[in-house]
Design a protein around this ligand. Structure first.
Ligand code: HEC
Ligand code: CU
Length: 361
């Protein structure tokens, strides 16, 4: 209880003491110094996982803070190394200098106070600015129009559940774009089925740990439609590097269409009944769900609408008939150490089941 009071009071204090100046300095820093940093980060700027190209509120406030901290550190670096260089050159040893030691200064109150007080003030400013961004992000009020998604990390893929919409999908997270006038942020409630993972889409928000038996939450509000890439940022096993994240920010119409498509039971096309039979009589059903069929496994990704996704194997392989065929034949071909076993199907069965899965839009 007292903690909450403390938090509320602290956030008010922070906002009133350094709110405005911090914002100004941060703006100045992000315009001036960030130019330089931006040049250095030229490569990064062109990558879709750049922390220098924020496209959502949490990422933007983290970016502002980083530039503010970087600006202060750069200023300290320039002052200290400038003074050092000046001293080294100005007072270097010259021919004819006397060999006497220069005058030594001990116990100067002025000097000691200045090198204690100034660093303490700098640390306090950095601390308050950081705390402010944490409070702004964590205490943001959840609008009524917010979308809820449950995120579950698995060794080496992501499960996404939309409880209010009755949708379960994997690896490709669809969310609506959020504009300032009508914010529709997405609130993620996150946990893990096995070990520690970390959800990180740099253009949208900071990292969030995804831990078994613990629920963490975060929110994202992409303001431009498009695809935002991310990565599991916690070493979780051999295929951690291929546990990629794809967030699709859809326009309201596209999002509604996507939701409607996912809410349909899986298509049972008569042309693919043979492949469906192969799927149903193999262990596939123990690990995968295909809605409207007996397959209700939850160890692996939901395949009900597999063909509506652009990738398989957690964003690491584009979804094509050939890649799907090769993946089912031997998942280790693309992802050595993935937790789906090679199923040793006959060529005939493999072709049939691949064709069937390609019909699941
Ligand atoms: C022991 C459980 C298990 C069995 C049995 C199994 N799978 Fe999987 N499957 C997985 C897991 C786990 C993954 C996720 C692999 C990854 O990306 O790391 C997966 C991934 C897949 C994917 C890619 C899904 C995506 O969205 O990335 C397809 C397709 C697939 N399995 C099809 C099949 C078929 C067809 C069979 C039966 C012939 C089968 N699986 C049997 C556990 C299993
Ligand atoms: Cu992971």
């Amino acid at each position: 209880m007292s903690f909450w009071i403390y938090r509320a009071a602290a956030s008010k204090l922070i906002a009133s003491t350094i709110g405005a100046p911090a914002r100004e300095i941060a703006q100045w820093a992000s315009h001036g110094i960030c130019r330089t940093a931006g040049l250095l980060a030229f490569q990064a700027n062109h990558s879709s996982t750049s922390i220098f190209a924020p496209e959502g509120t949490p990422a933007r406030s983290i970016f502002g803070l980083s530039m503010f901290v970087l600006g202060i550190c750069a200023a300290i670096f320039l002052i200290v190394s400038g003074l050092l260089l000046f001293t080294l050159i100005r007072f270097r040893h010259r021919d004819g200098d006397s060999e006497r030691e220069p005058a030594q200064i001990y116990g100067s109150n002025q000097v000691e106070l200045s090198w204690t007080v100034i660093p303490v003030l700098i640390i306090v400013v950095l601390f308050l600015a950081t705390a402010r961004v944490i409070f702004i992000t964590e205490q943001a009020r959840k609008p009524a129009a917010a979308l809820d998604v449950v995120v579950i990390g698995h060794q080496y893929w992501w499960e996404y559940r939309y409880p209010k919409l009755g949708i379960v999908t994997a690896n490709e997270l669809h969310v609506p774009v959020s504009d300032a006038a009508h914010p529709t942020p997405t609130y993620l409630t996150m946990s893990s089925a096995d070990t520690d993972h970390s959800f990180w889409v740099p253009e949208l928000a900071g990292k969030m740990d995804v831990i078994p038996n613990k629920v963490n939450t975060m929110w994202i509000d992409p303001d431009k439609p498009g695809l935002y890439l991310g990565q599991c940022a916690q070493y979780c096993g051999t295929q951690h590097a291929k546990m990629l994240i794809r967030v699709y920010a859809d326009s309201p119409a596209d999002f509604a269409a996507w939701v409607a498509g996912q809410q349909h039971p899986a298509i049972q096309s008569p042309g693919a009944s043979e492949g469906m039979a192969v799927f149903q009589r193999n262990a596939c059903v123990n690990c995968h769900t295909i809605s409207g069929t007996a397959a209700q496994g939850t160890f692996g990704p939901d395949l009900s609408h597999l063909a509506s996704r652009a990738t398989i194997a957690s964003g690491s392989v584009p979804l094509t008939q050939d890649n799907l065929h090769a993946f089912i034949d031997d998942p280790a071909h693309f992802k050595p150490g993935a937790l789906m076993p090679a199923m040793h199907l006959s060529d005939h069965d493999l072709d049939a089941v691949t064709q069937y899965l390609m019909t699941l839009r």
